[in-house]
Design a protein. Sequence first.
Length: 191
Amino acid sequence: MSTLKPALTTTLSLALLALLSACSTTPDDSQIVGLEPSQSDDATVEEAAEDETPTSVEEEFGSEYVYTDDLTVRLTNLERRVSGEWDMPEDTPYVYFDIQFENGTGSPVDLSYLSVYCQIGEEGRTAEDVWTDDTGSGFTSTVMDGRTATAGYGCELPEDESYLQVELTLSDWEDLDDYMRETVYFVGDIA
């Protein structure tokens, strides 16, 4: 066994030396492969980015947003109010607004899966919902193609605050893929 070990070590050393010397030789011209630069250009990258639906959009009060399927949403009739004795919560300063959807999609759109959240002030504090006869229960059904649907909402807005952010997210749980449109943020100051 002691004579086998030096012979094996010598054989392995020679094989390793042959391998290293074969790898260190310079390849001839037939072995060099030229690499082409990538075929994508800036226009292709920009086009792909434009085709992607944004996950959120910010709009100023008084404007509207049109989703990629031609559903239009507006926030209108923003007005400061104070809730009454039978409202919840009562005697609370709040801002009233209408959310309006105009359906140009070519098919019905279920609005009952709309989520509405308000943030107020520079620190972005979550505002409490205000329930009155005018605010009702929001959207509870479908708007047909070519029709418009409007619902009133109210969010707490103390008299010393003016900045309001209204977040709207509309999901379509009727489709198997659980389609969710981009979130729209309507923002601005309330006089």
